[in-house]
Design a protein around this ligand. Sequence first.
Ligand code: ATP
Length: 251
Amino acid sequence: MISRDHPRYHSLIQREKITDAWRKGILADSGMIAHGRGEAFDYLLGEETTEPARKAIKAAAAALILAENPVISVNGNTAALVPAEVVELAGEIGGKIEINLFHRTEKRVKLIEEVLREHGASEVLGTGKLMHIDGIMSPRATASPEGIYSADTVLVPLEDGDRTEILRKSGKTVITVDLNPLSRTSRMASISITDNIVRAVPALIDAVRELRDAPREELEGILRKFDNTENLRETIKLLDIRRYNPEIESP
Ligand code: ATP
């Protein structure tokens, strides 16, 4: 039992969820390593939603509201950390949920589907036969025909660079959540939210609720003004290894 007053309470709770999911087989070994990398960036960003992340969340909300066929992609880490929030967000945007795994096994797909259904999902895609996007014969180019394959906008948290590139090249608007502003995914996506998924998805739900009734021109304006490269640049400026040790000066 982790005490609420522990200074690293939130981080320890996330670790517990991640290791539990790994023990149950929901998460591959590499999912734990990915979480560790995310933690390190989160530490450097002050473990809070930064101003550039807030802008990216607003742009992502506008894109999801404008989308005709939005799909949220779920992997082991997402299922471990924010299953209920993903289901809620899908409801808010009238979007679909698709399981998309780097280390795909039928058992892991089944387990993640169960987690999502336990949290209220009525339809979970990516469990059956997949198709190759634009005929690219890579295992990273597969998607469900009624889901990511035919989506115009996809939210793909914690995605890898190759797949992000394939999704972008196929003409989709790609929104990612990735704590590493230097990753290929962050650079390749249309909108990169550099924030922890445990904060980003609830913030996205709020932003969608706030913007839902806004006129179409206003939403399009938000999207037009958003510049992903500039946003990542602003985020990189915030990375500060002295954040927790301000007395240590850089050389
Ligand atoms: P790329 O191919 O995009 O360069 P990568 O191979 O370096 O990515 P992966 O292991 O595919 O990285 O993806 C994991 C990414 O997810 C890491 O960049 C990590 O920072 C990020 N990440 C891990 N946990 C979280 C989290 N809780 N919230 C947001 N991002 C996270």
